[in-house]
Write a protein that binds this ligand. Structure first.
Ligand SMILES: *Cc1c(COP(=O)(O)O)cnc(C)c1O
Length: 248
């Protein structure tokens, strides 16, 4: 076992266990402060830039959901983890090129970063027939409405990038299930302001799509604010696995 590339050293396992205990305590405290049940919030461990061995160690510590943002990195990592016998739920959380849809639907259980009708169509075409159940999709929202960055635009009628048209495209696709929304707090915004606005957008979406109940918001630095504003999923990387060597 010690010479397997999928084994972690005992020190790394202890580091991950300590990080996980800290994050679980932060989530529990945030739920208590918000008057929410602890089981209302799922931790997605963002393992980008970290090896499959770390995913396996986290799975062994009870982490059931992992997030990745690049197909080139995630596809072989997911294959290695599956070959080692673990089956976490894989969340794709990064910007996704349409020509990667066919690869991503093979391992992803959830794609959290759909922000155009065209990407929804590409995922639907890839998923239909290739999967035995629909792919869960979160529509990524641009909280500040800046069209230059990722995310569908709340209140915009634009059939390609408007939030309502993108949500309708996902909801109407046979191979996809509209599960909710995802967002990242814009740079320079107070998290409370960003996640309060996101909560309004999510409430409006649920009026039209009652099944779209998931809200993925909050990362290492701002998960408490996201939980206060209704997040059902927090995506935590650096506070759990350590600082990444490069931006990713
Ligand atoms: C990297 C990443 C995260 C995790 O960020 P940390 O600050 O390391 O917790 C969450 N969401 C997305 C979309 C990411 O790309």
């Amino acid at each position: 076992m010690t010479d397997s590339p999928l084994a972690v050293r005992p020190e790394r396992r202890a580091e991950l266990a300590a990080g996980l205990a800290r994050i679980r305590a932060r989530i529990a405290d945030a739920c208590a402060a918000a008057g929410r049940g602890r089981d209302e919030v799922t931790l997605v461990a963002v393992t980008k830039t970290y090896p499959a061995a770390d995913v396996l160690a986290l799975a062994g510590l009870g982490v059931a959901d992992v997030g990745e943002n690049r197909d080139q990195e995630a596809a072989p990592k997911a294959a290695a983890v599956a070959a080692a016998g673990a089956a976490p739920r894989w969340h794709f959380i990064g910007q996704l090129q349409r020509n990667k849809a066919r690869s991503v639907i093979r391992y992803a259980d959830v794609v959290q970063s759909v922000d155009s009708a065209r990407l929804a169509a590409a995922l639907d075409a890839a998923a239909s027939g290739a999967r035995d159940r629909p792919l869960d999709v979160l529509v990524q929202v641009s909280v500040d409405g800046d069209p230059a960055r990722g995310g569908a635009l709340p209140g915009a009628a634009d059939p390609e990038r408007g939030l309502d048209p993108v949500a309708a495209a996902v909801a109407g696709a046979r191979g996809l299930r509209l599960a909710g929304l995802m967002a990242v707090a814009p740079l320079g915004w107070e998290p409370d302001r960003a996640f309060a606005r996101l909560a309004e957008v999510a409430a409006r979406l649920r009026a039209d799509h009652p099944g779209a109940s998931l809200l993925s918001a909050g990362m290492s630095g701002d998960l408490e604010s996201a939980v206060a504003h209704g997040a059902t999923h927090v995506r935590v990387g650096s506070a759990l696995l350590g600082m990444r060597p490069t931006l990713g």
